[in-house]
Design a protein around this ligand. Structure first.
Ligand code: R2B
Ligand code: URA
Length: 378
């Protein structure tokens, strides 16, 4: 075995031993906690719990029921604290398929299991707009394309967190983007979202007047996710940088291949070079609304996107599908590692424990993985 193979192998083994240790430690903590609870007569913490979100519409508490129309859920027919009260991570990405795959992937990564004959249930199927899957403390939602679409989803997910009385949920968008001067396949964790004028604000029109909301993202969360990248093991780079959010894929991103184009290749080159000189690493279409809405609610948020091309080299996506789908998994991998680390590696956190998946399909208790009835399985 060559020296470098040997050190690769040692590195991998050390990593695996570390992960096993963390799981064993987490299980010991769970056992200790159970024993403690038995001794105390299984007393549950009955303190009235409220969500940690801030700055929300004061009228929310008067909405009885509150109808989350696009999610096909309402507070009358669903017991939000019971079904969603344990949510700690809300992950979102563009397409229903990608988020369903992510839900299965995260389930495996955090050590949850469902019967092989059952499928995860799309909780927001009735809304017919977005998909939503729950895997223990992780919600996985699809957001469609662009700020208007993700804004609607975020309003309803933030209301869900409020009604469910969730504590400190972390929101993460995982997706694709066009890189600016970065190697295709690189993962970019956004430091902040900026608009086409390079302003760090999400502008909306309210009563016909422009309102701007700051689009900062959580710096420490970006660092924590970046630390889940292992340069020794991962064959790609992960960087932190500014993300430009456009309201269109073609003219809004200075492409030359849209149905319309009223600027020259020189103008495009000059714009993209300006972006590069301003440390913009990628362009996508949802980060402004994502950053603005999460920070307004006091929610820690991160945007983690893979660059599927380098825009300094062209506009069209020519990379084969199998390569693209490998690249799309990279943000998922980093985020799943982050979730796993928060759940199992945080020694100071008394709540860090191996979640169990004992609930019956669709029972809907907090801690549940929402499963479809077995007969719906393929
Ligand atoms: C990235 O990819 C999509 C456009 O193809 C858009 O949703 C985004 O942000
Ligand atoms: N998504 C975007 O919004 N732009 C790209 O160039 C690639 C993916």
């Amino acid at each position: 075995m060559s020296k470098s193979n040997c050190s690769d192998c040692t590195c991998r083994l050390a990593n695996e031993v570390g992960q096993l240790k963390a799981i064993v430690n987490a299980q010991s903590r769970t056992l200790a906690k159970l024993v403690r609870q038995m001794k105390e007569g299984c007393k549950k913490d009955e303190e009235a719990k409220e969500s940690t979100l801030c700055g929300l519409n004061p009228c929310l508490k008067c909405l009885q029921p509150d109808i989350l129309y696009h999610l096909g859920l309402n507070t009358e027919t669903t017991d939000f604290p019971k079904v969603f009260g344990d949510v700690r991570f809300v992950c979102m990405g563009g397409t229903p398929g990608r988020m369903e795959n992510f839900a299965y992937y995260v389930m495996q990564e955090i050590g949850l299991k469902i019967n092989a004959a059952t499928k995860l249930r799309n909780i927001s199927e009735a809304g017919q707009r977005f998909s939503l899957f729950k895997v223990g403390p992780v919600l996985c939602a699809s957001h469609g394309m662009g700020c208007p679409s993700i804004s609607i989803l975020l309003h309803e997910l933030i209301k869900m967190m409020y009604h469910a009385k969730c504590k400190d949920p972390v929101f993460i968008r995982i997706g694709t983007s066009g890189g600016i001067g970065v190697e295709p396949g690189t993962v970019i964790i956004s430091s902040e979202a900026i608009d086409g004028r390079l302003n760090p604000a999400h502008e909306i029109l309210v009563h016909g007047a422009s309102v701007q909301h700051a689009s900062q993202l959580d710096e420490s969360l970006a660092d924590e996710i970046k630390m889940c990248h292992d340069p020794c093991k991962d064959s790609y780079e992960a960087i932190i940088g500014r993300t430009l959010c456009a309201h269109d894929f073609y003219e809004g991103q200075s492409r030359l291949d849209g149905a319309f184009c009223e600027y020259t290749p020189e103008m495009k080159k000059s714009y993209l070079e300006t972006l590069q000189s301003q440390q913009v690493k990628n362009i996508e279409m949802e980060s402004l609304a994502f950053a603005a809405l999460t920070s307004r609610a006091n929610i820690r948020g991160a945007v983690v996107c893979v660059a599927i091309l380098n825009r300094l080299n062209g506009d069209q996506i020519k990379t084969p599908h199998d390569v693209l789908s490998k690249w799309e998994k990279r943000p998922q991998e980093l985020v799943a590692r982050y979730i796993r680390k928060v759940l199992y590696h945080n020694d100071d956190d008394d709540e860090s424990e191996q979640p169990e998946d004992e609930a019956e399909a669709g029972a809907g208790g907090a801690g549940d993985t929402q499963k479809a009835p077995a007969e719906e399985a393929e």
